[in-house]
Design a protein around this ligand. Structure first.
Ligand SMILES: Cc1cc2nc3c(=O)[nH]c(=O)nc-3n(C[C@H](O)[C@H](O)[C@H](O)COP(=O)(O)OP(=O)(O)OC[C@H]3O[C@@H](n4cnc5c(N)ncnc54)[C@H](O)[C@@H]3O)c2cc1C
Length: 405
């Protein structure tokens, strides 16, 4: 995969308009466009027809997950050396947007696999860990996830109480996690634990550890039954005197974990925004189709201005989401600081997805509540976007902080 035309233009196209130091070129490269068509075709042919069955079963879609590994989708951001595609953040956003448009449960599990579940091994793991875990994860043969949230600590990650204490050449981990995506299927976990005994250390006392399935003392607990993303399994985890070798401390030194986490936080936010954009498009497409089909008072409901305005608002939010998500991805590709832009991308595009799904249920009238129709699923699945990577409230705090207030 090549660099996006955004960056190519930055070097070559001196005639482009310069505004605030950013070259104005909103087009995607030919490679990105071809990739979007390829993913969209996969989603239409292999995902969408199976959504009713996956929703009814409400369990991990093993074969589809393996198929995505075969197609190379889990390695989009990783180097060819490990079986990846060496793609940029724009490519990754395209993938997640298209997948979320088709089925959010699968997109949620895939994003975990491509990003949070494997990223620490890639960036801070040993070569042996990469060969043994990352390479098969890229092929879809092993599953990785991240375990940070605890019953008493979600947004306030600095309040986690899971501890990791050095004992000779090992660390001993004790504690519990909750809301862990793919935990039921995971072969390895990236686990946040406090190494600092100082209760005031907060975020700075956190480190990240690799814990593999089958390690004595690690238990995958009950599944959490959720209102949405039902085929993306979510569970509790318990660590009772779990011993891991000291090499499983990512980064190799204590006090490094939070800085490491911050490095991927912006990408997590932009990519969750891409999921929101996909959801918003799905809601718009369903609504537009129904507006043409459904009649009331002898007219198509799409003839009513009230419905037209709802559709226009959905379309506007989609266009704005597209701008903030792909701008965020472009900034990541340029290695530019983007705390504010990533927070805006996640906040705006996920709220756009949720608002679009809500409007779709209204446009469908009573059928918006019918389980055999799509809007209710979009409405339920959208809730998932509002929490991980920062709630809208927390993201607004970050945006305001970046503004200097
Ligand atoms: C489907 C699903 C999958 C998940 N998967 C994972 C996973 O794989 N791994 C993982 O570690 N976690 C996972 N999570 C957990 C997710 O990261 C947390 O839900 C998120 O961090 C928010 O924490 P919380 O739910 O405890 O909410 P809380 O932090 O308790 O927040 C409750 C409310 O208070 C508000 N609030 C909190 N702090 C502030 C503040 N400073 N200012 C203003 N308002 C504030 C919030 O916005 C929210 O409205 C998952 C969650 C869901 C729903």
């Amino acid at each position: 995969m090549r660099q996006s035309r955004f960056s190519y233009s930055a070097i070559c196209n001196l005639k482009s308009t310069i505004m605030n130091g950013v070259l104005m070129d909103f087009s995607l490269s030919a490679q990105h466009q071809v990739f979007r068509r390829t993913v969209a075709e996969f989603v239409e042919k292999e995902v969408v027809p199976r959504v009713p069955e996956m929703e009814a079963r409400a369990e991990w879609p093993t074969d589809l997950f393996r198929r995505m590994g075969e197609l190379g989708y889990f390695g989009l951001r990783y180097p060819e050396k490990y079986g990846g595609a060496g793609g940029d953040a724009i490519l990754f956003a395209i993938f997640l947007e298209e997948l979320a448009r088709g089925y959010m449960s699968l997109a949620a599990a895939a994003m975990m696999q491509c990003l949070m579940g494997t990223n620490f091994i890639y960036r801070f793991g040993t070569e042996e860990q990469r060969e043994r875990l990352l390479v098969p994860a890229i092929r879809g043969e092993k599953i990785g996830t991240i375990a940070m949230t605890e019953p008493g600590a979600g947004s306030d990650l600095g309040a986690i109480t899971t501890r990791a204490v050095r004992d000779g050449d090992e660390y001993v981990i004790e504690g519990g996690k909750t809301w862990i995506t793919s935990a039921t299927r995971a072969d390895f976990f990236t686990v946040a634990a406090k190494t600092s005994p100082d209760p005031k250390a907060g975020f700075k006392g956190i480190d990240m550890f690799l814990v593999e399935k089958g390690t004595p003392g690690l238990t995958v607990g009950n599944q959490i039954h959720k209102v949405g993303v039902v085929a993306s399994e979510t569970s509790e985890l318990t660590f009772r005197q779990v011993r891991v070798p000291k090499e499983n401390l990512f980064g190799g030194r204590e006090g490094f974990g939070f800085a490491a986490l911050r490095e991927i936080l912006n990408e997590i936010r932009v990519m969750t925004g891409a999921l929101g954009l996909g959801l918003a498009r799905a809601a718009r497409d369903e609504s537009l189709r129904y507006a043409h089909e459904r009649t009331a008072f002898g007219r198509k409901i799409g003839d009513f201005q009230a419905i037209q305005h709802k559709l226009a608002e959905m379309e506007t939010r989609i266009e704005l989401s597209r701008l903030v998500v792909y701008y965020g991805a472009w900034l990541i590709d340029q290695n530019q600081p983007c705390n504010k832009e990533a927070a805006i991308a996640k906040y705006y595009a996920t709220e756009a997805g949720v608002a679009g799904a809500d409007e779709a249920t209204r446009i469908f009238g009573a059928y918006g509540m019918a389980m055999e129709m799509t809007p209710q699923r979009l409405f339920r699945d959208g809730r998932f976007l509002l929490y991980g990577g920062g709630t809208s409230e927390v993201l607004k705090n970050i945006i305001a902080k970046e503004m200097g207030v």
